[in-house]
Design a protein around this ligand. Structure first.
Ligand SMILES: Cc1cc2nc3c(=O)[nH]c(=O)nc-3n(C[C@H](O)[C@H](O)[C@H](O)COP(=O)(O)O)c2cc1C
Length: 202
């Protein structure tokens, strides 16, 4: 039987989506695990969402049931002023019932981001993305330095989770190190999620 791990991201220019796909590749490489890739609609400050009910391209929109069904979560956002994008935060702010019910408590989670500049906040974005997940009782899975690319990367990749440095015009491709670290993170999350899922079932 395969168990799903939710890869939930928001992306405007596609870089965070590419990281999501690499993490999903890592998850799918673990026998018994399957990535369920989902996104969130854009939000506007002045009106209800005008997004189509189904996105024109990319992953389907997430539903609260996805949180309940999945045994782990990889959460990805572009950096927005050193923090996660409002669209993703808006979705998380709608999960109060799941917080009350403990839907996510005890499940593992990791976070990932794409940032314009090297020191423009990729680490602060990752750390702040962990906060709502900790409130939900999730167990945060970082990237260990046993992943050799973490010590040698000259682009993205942090102990707090995978990241990509997209450059001032968002044109830089995902580097080999960023790719390796994202795939490894997907595998690590899936392996831990499967073990914890067995423990919870006992
Ligand atoms: C409103 C806004 C705020 C941003 N804030 C930052 C920032 O604080 N630091 C940074 O380096 N890049 C920042 N960027 C750039 C994005 O993080 C970067 O282009 C990212 O790679 C976009 O990811 P995406 O391709 O998944 O949309 C910002 C972009 C926008 C539109």
């Amino acid at each position: 039987m395969q168990q799903d791990i939710l890869v939930l991201y928001y992306s405007t220019h596609g870089a965070t989506r590419q990281l999501a796909q690499l993490i999903a590749r890592g998850i799918d490489a673990v026998p018994g695990a399957r990535a369920r890739v989902r996104t969130v609609p854009k939000v506007s400050t002045v009106c209800e969402s005008m997004e189509p009910a189904v996105p024109d391209s990319g992953a389907p929109y997430v539903e609260l049931a996805d949180l309940r069904d999945c045994i782990g979560l990889a959460l990805g956002s572009p950096t927005r002023f050193g923090n996660m994008a409002a669209s993703l935060k808006y979705f998380l702010d709608g999960t109060a019932n799941d917080w009350l019910q403990g839907t996510l408590a005890g499940k593992p989670a990791c976070v990932f981001t794409s940032t314009g500049s090297m020191h423009g906040g990729n680490e602060t974005t990752l750390l702040s993305m962990m906060l709502p997940l900790l409130h939900h009782g999730m167990l945060i899975v970082g990237t260990p330095f046993t992943e050799l690319a973490l010590s040698t990367t000259a682009t993205g990749g942090t102990p707090y989770g995978p990241s990509h440095i997209a450059g001032p015009e968002s044109r830089l491709p995902i580097s080999d190190a960023e790719k390796q670290l994202a795939v490894a993170q997907g595998k690590r999350l899936a392996e831990i999620a499967l073990k914890l899922s067995v423990e919870r079932a006992l």
